[in-house]
Write a protein that binds this ligand. Structure first.
Ligand SMILES: NC(=O)c1ccc[n+]([C@@H]2O[C@H](COP(=O)([O-])OP(=O)(O)OC[C@H]3O[C@@H](n4cnc5c(N)ncnc54)[C@H](OP(=O)(O)O)[C@@H]3O)[C@@H](O)[C@H]2O)c1
Length: 342
């Protein structure tokens, strides 16, 4: 659900500098009475979004964290910055995206903790410096940024469907537009090939491909979920359906490069000092994205607007790839959990 007649989407220094000079609007609309789940809440844009939402009077804020100790430290930091917030508003639950068991357990804990769920913000994500297989043989970025994000969204859908005006937002990246027709040519030429096996292959893995392809696949997952509810771009099938969208915070100074060698991290620090926003500024997009209503359905929210730049794939390629990737992702998740409700 992207535009195919917009300007070509690949982003570079001009785009990043424009982003630094033109910060997105600070969120001001409150979350009064709402229950919000955030993953990836300990650092970066996820932390800053959690802090902003905490200051906008949620009824309940559930922080999804890999370790409870780190999540409790985040809770303490947020409470120190929001002194009027009752500490019982924030709950810390553990989630490790590298493990499907942990993702499902997290969703179960959320269901035990709350009868309603208004907002889900899935900010957990990785950028990998090298090929690293995770449990089940999936390359780590593919597992964390795509398959586990999809599994968590599917597991939380029933609770979202029971809550009027609910919303789920993936933190994606406009970097998905860097994947070109040339990159996926072997898949287009062979419609019977497994797309996930292709993207999971160590032989063709590079740092940029790993991240950008995962974010493209996340867009395919978003589209698959929207269609599974009978919705379309900017429209819900039923008024009570959850809005599903992606957002991109723009290039931000965060811990995303934490696993890279020191030399690369130093280079990124210098690069980011010119090309990137603070995590605080970037997180504005995550928060305002949650408040865009039905018009946001199936879209990617970037810099206070829905992105209109075209991907690096043609519309025909996109449609074919989306169906295949989504179908295979559902198969993988159903193989893991046969009673998955999708
Ligand atoms: N920074 C950018 O320029 C940029 C641009 C576009 C999109 N994004 C996206 O924004 C999102 C947040 O990234 P960030 O830049 O804020 O980076 P970050 O500071 O590294 O934050 C990533 C968060 O994800 C969590 N996480 C990582 N692996 C996880 C796992 N296996 N299970 C559970 N949680 C895990 C981390 O938790 P721990 O701290 O507990 O490890 C951390 O809180 C990502 O999806 C990223 O792709 C970032």
């Amino acid at each position: 659900m992207v535009q195919f007649n917009g300007p070509f989407g690949k982003v570079g220094p001009t785009y990043f500098r424009h982003g630094v000079r033109n910060p997105p609007a600070e969120p001001s609309k409150d979350f009064g009475g709402k229950t919000v789940v955030i993953t990836g809440c300990n650092t970066g844009v996820g932390y800053e979004a959690a802090l902003k939402i905490a200051g906008l009077r949620p009824k309940k804020l559930i922080l999804g964290t890999r370790t409870i100790a780190k999540g409790e430290a985040t809770k303490t930091k947020i409470l120190a910055q929001c002194p009027s917030l009752d500490k019982s508003v924030i709950e810390v639950l553990s989630i490790e995206y590298a493990s499907f068991d942990s993702v499902v357990q997290f969703a179960e804990s959320v269901k035990q903790s709350t009868q309603t769920l208004d907002c889900v913000l899935l900010s957990a994500g990785v950028a990998m410096p090298s090929y690293k297989p995770s449990e089940g043989g999936w390359e780590m970025a593919l597992k964390v940024n795509v398959l586990s994000a999809a599994l968590l969204a599917i597991e939380l859908l029933p609770l979202l469907k029971n809550t009027p005006s609910s919303v789920l937002e993936f933190v994606g990246s406009v970097g998905h537009t860097h994947v070109t027709s040339e990159h996926v040519a072997p898949l287009i030429q062979d419609p019977s090939a497994s797309t996930l096996a292709f993207f999971n292959s160590p032989d063709r893995w590079t740092v940029e491909k790993s991240y950008c392809e995962a974010k493209l696949l996340l867009m395919f997952v978003l589209e698959g979920l929207v269609e599974s509810l009978g919705g379309s771009e900017g429209e819900l099938a039923q008024p009570q359906d959850p809005v599903l969208l992606a957002c991109c915070p723009g290039q931000c100074k965060t811990d995303l490069g934490r696993d890279f060698p020191l030399t690369i991290r130093l280079f990124m620090k210098v690069w980011n000092s010119i090309m990137a926003r603070s995590a605080d500024v970037g997180s504005r997009t995550l928060v305002t994205g949650l408040q865009q209503g039905e018009q946001a359905n199936g879209r990617i929210w970037v810099n206070d607007a829905f992105d209109i730049r075209s991907p690096g794939l043609t519309e025909t390629e996109w449609r074919a790839m989306q169906k295949r990737v989504w179908g295979e992702a559902v198969d993988v998740l159903k193989k893991y959990k046969p009673d998955l409700a999708i």
